[in-house]
Design a protein around this ligand. Structure first.
Ligand SMILES: NC(=O)c1ccc[n+]([C@@H]2O[C@H](COP(=O)([O-])OP(=O)(O)OC[C@H]3O[C@@H](n4cnc5c(N)ncnc54)[C@H](O)[C@@H]3O)[C@@H](O)[C@H]2O)c1
Ligand SMILES: O=P(O)(O)OC[C@@H](O)[C@@H](O)[C@H](O)[C@H](O)CO
Length: 380
């Protein structure tokens, strides 16, 4: 079985690649990082190390790589032969890979016409659907009609903490033991990929929102508040009682929004929260706050981990989500010269002020009570 995976980064190698290997696939990684691609081709294997007291190593074999900048035709060819296509490139990169995927699908329509599923494993609501829209922009009307019949773009939620790391072995990747991969089965075309570790569900929305608004909302607290307090890693920030209080409060607020929206059982949701907080305190993981805080404009988006649960909480309880508001204010003030979005955000603030910037990046109306609450926090 053949898999094509876009993005040989942390999640690509440390999570999706590992599960594909264990399910018996040969995986072709597609990336723009020539050093990683060359190394994958030279060694055709790499190690995934579990970040735990008794660390275990899985050697992922049966892998190769294609540099999509220098060898785009090889990517098209690999897509025509693939049994599954996955991505983990980051939400902002999906448009950049869509033309190549469209070319691969066009070629496939002209040759095998075999069904294929393309699963975007990104931290966003409706990632595969967004990718499909991007891909379809590169196809003619008749190609779109033919593609709709055979190519599935099932949405997915992926959960595994994989920090940025620089190991002596550039392919080795250290990951937390925990993982979850949930895929929307109603959008699958042809046979469901049989990959141990995938849970198929009919409606992904509750699962992706539960993941994004608990794991990622929670993670944003030690990232943005921790950065404000001068901490360098998530683990260090999580040792601070003040950070712990804010994370608990924020996850109570997002939890209330999720429970009231989707009917999750309260006790089960509290257990889910407790398990996640424990994951952030894993002493075997060193995760920089700058990785978790990366892309603050995306993270302040209307449907993302901060604004959406805060808006839902306000709407459902008519109370201000105080802890989420603190985190939103810290995200708005987040600076990192190495992060393009953080630089742009601070330029926007210098240009138009906090209030207009918040309204613009979070798509909030002037009279939205969330704007007032965040401004109160920003102004101290
Ligand atoms: N790291 C985690 O803990 C984690 C967990 C769950 C989900 N995610 C999600 O997974 C996705 C990837 O995150 P990551 O942490 O692995 O990031 P990463 O930066 O480690 O990996 C992204 C990879 O994509 C590659 N890339 C960039 N542009 C490309 C292009 N045009 N074509 C092909 N490849 C390209 C990069 O070179 C890099 O290797 C994101 O959506 C992230 O939110 C990450
Ligand atoms: O990947 P991002 O930038 O959307 O979010 C940063 C982290 O919160 C994220 O990568 C988590 O580690 C991951 O989502 C855990 O499953």
């Amino acid at each position: 079985m053949e898999a094509v995976h876009f993005g040989a980064g942390n999640i690509g190698r440390g999570f999706i690649g590992a599960l594909l290997y264990e399910a018996g696939y040969h995986t072709t990684f597609v990336d723009v990082n020539d050093a990683v691609i060359s190394e994958l081709n030279a060694r055709q294997q790499y190690d995934v190390v579990l970040a735990a007291e008794n660390s275990e190593t899985l050697t992922v074999k049966n892998v190769s790589g294609i540099n999509s900048v220098s060898n785009p035709d090889d990517v098209i060819d690999a897509i025509t032969k693939a049994d599954v296509v996955t991505t983990a490139v980051g939400p902002n990169i999906l448009p950049a890979i869509s033309e190549l995927i469209a070319k691969g699908l066009r070629e496939r329509l002209e040759t095998s016409k075999q069904p294929l599923n393309i699963i975007a494993c990104e931290n966003m609501v409706g990632g595969s659907t967004v990718l499909k829209d991007n891909v379809f922009e590169h196809l003619s009307d008749s190609e779109q009609t033919a593609s709709t019949d055979v190519f599935g773009f099932p949405d997915a939620a992926v959960d595994r903490i994989v920090p940025n790391q620089s190991n002596a072995d550039m392919l080795q990747v250290s990951v937390e033991p925990y993982y979850e991969w949930i895929v929307q089965q109603t959008a699958i075309k042809g046979e469901k990929p049989t990959i141990d570790g995938i849970t198929y569900v009919d409606d992904l929305k509750p699962y992706i929102e539960r993941k994004l608004f608990t794991v990622n909302t929670g993670h944003a607290v030690p990232a943005y508040i921790g950065h404000e307090m001068g901490y360098a890693t998530i683990y260090e920030a999580m040792q601070d009682q003040r950070v712990q209080e804010i994370i608990e409060g924020a996850l109570h607020e997002s939890g209330e929004a999720l429970i009231q929206t989707y009917g999750f059982e309260r006790k089960a949701h509290q257990d889910y929260i407790a398990k996640i907080i424990k994951r952030f305190m894993n002493p075997h993981i060193s995760d920089n706050v700058t990785r978790v805080a990366r892309g603050p404009i995306r993270k302040l988006g209307a449907h993302d981990r901060l604004i959406r649960p805060a808006s839902l909480y306000l709407e459902l309880t008519e109370k201000a989500p105080q802890h989420l508001v603190k985190t939103i204010a810290a995200a708005l003030q987040y600076g990192d010269d190495n992060d393009k979005e953080a630089v742009k955000l601070q330029e926007m603030i210098a240009d138009q002020g906090y209030e207009k910037t918040l309204q613009s990046v979070s798509e909030l109306k002037t009279d939205d009570p969330l704007v007032e609450a965040v401004m109160k926090e920003v102004n101290g």
